[in-house]
Design a protein around this ligand. Structure first.
Ligand code: B12
Length: 242
């Protein structure tokens, strides 16, 4: 196994985030028990007096994305960006919680990841479905939520008792080129785990590769990543041009 180089991390890591707010009572939250899992939570399960959900996407800088094109292992930059962005999301949630408490409000906090069942690989809170409902983006055939700033980055959501005015554009337009006109499909061909089989996605094969990277990068933290089906695409860092 080739050792990865110890070069310094590429900076900056992130571009400006995209932030949306949505009513905690939005009708589409009811659909998640069918589309995600019967165990999917409602905002009120996380915070009984929930009024709004804040959903955000933190896009990676181009250099992070480019570093992960090709090869078997995820790039070290991608692995580091994953770890640091998860930490950033924890800090953002803490900051929102602090600001809300100053206004006499509460928040219900959800981690960026690792809130999933290791056998079913299902979470009881899907950030990307919440992002979809809030209007952050649409699903690509790589399963990713594709936003105005692409799909390479990380999603977070937090529930609050503060009543935000909901963002205007709920359910944004289709952004996956394959879904729009049958072109592209590059994401699926780049998968190194052979996880895309026709219309099915074998998430267990994908997870094996993510765990292989976690082992490979264990010296820098826990990076169960891959991302080969996200990089080098027309939708990696922007809304694709048609
Ligand atoms: C469990 C999990 C995994 C598992 C299983 C993934 C899977 N596809 O099921 C494993 C470990 C394999 C994994 C791998 C990866 N993951 Co992951 N993972 C999660 C986690 C914790 C929960 C996801 C979940 O349970 N979803 C519920 C299932 C049922 O839904 P789904 O997988 O999203 O699939 C749905 C969509 O495809 C949707 N869909 C497709 N088309 C359409 C169209 C419409 C109209 C609608 C409504 C829905 C829809 O229908 C499917 C079924 O509901 C989330 C964090 C979180 N708590 O949300 C991160 C998360 C989904 N992962 C993420 C990422 C980036 C990855 C990886 C690229 C690894 C990496 N970081 O390098 C790979 C990509 C795998 C892939 N192509 O799907 C990001 C996605 C960012 C984005 N832009 O969308 C998330 C949101 C983490 C984050 N905080 O940003 N992951």
């Amino acid at each position: 196994m080739k050792e990865f180089s110890n070069k310094t991390i590429l900076k900056p890591l992130w571009k400006e985030p995209i932030i949306k707010t949505i009513s905690a009572d939005h009708d589409l939250f009811k659909t998640l028990k069918q589309t995600v899992s019967p165990k999917h939570l409602f905002p009120h399960d996380i915070l009984p007096n929930a009024k709004s959900v804040i959903s955000f996407f933190i896009p990676f800088e181009e250099k992070i994305v480019e570093s992960n094109i090709g090869g078997h292992y995820a790039s070290k930059e991608w692995a580091e960006a994953y770890i640091l962005t998860n930490t950033l999301i924890t800090k953002i949630n803490k900051k929102i919680d602090f600001l809300m408490h100053q206004k006499g409000h509460q928040t219900g906090n959800i981690p960026a990841t690792h809130n999933f069942d290791n056998l079913t690989l299902l979470s009881n809170w899907s950030h990307r479905h919440v992002g979809y409902i809030a209007g952050l983006g649409n699903f690509g055939i790589n399963n990713m939520l594709i936003t105005e700033k692409g799909c390479c980055g990380r999603l977070g959501s937090i529930v609050t008792s503060y009543l935000f005015a909901p963002s205007e554009n709920h359910i944004s337009e289709e952004k996956c080129l394959y879904k729009i006109n049958g072109s592209c499909k590059v994401c699926q061909t780049q998968c190194i785990s052979n996880a895309y089989q026709g219309r099915d996605f074998n998430k267990h094969k994908c997870y094996q590769t993510c765990l292989e990277n976690a082992e490979y990068y264990k010296k820098i933290g826990y990076a169960d990543v891959c991302g080969k089906c996200l990089t080098g695409l027309p939708c990696s860092t922007r809304k694709p041009l048609i």
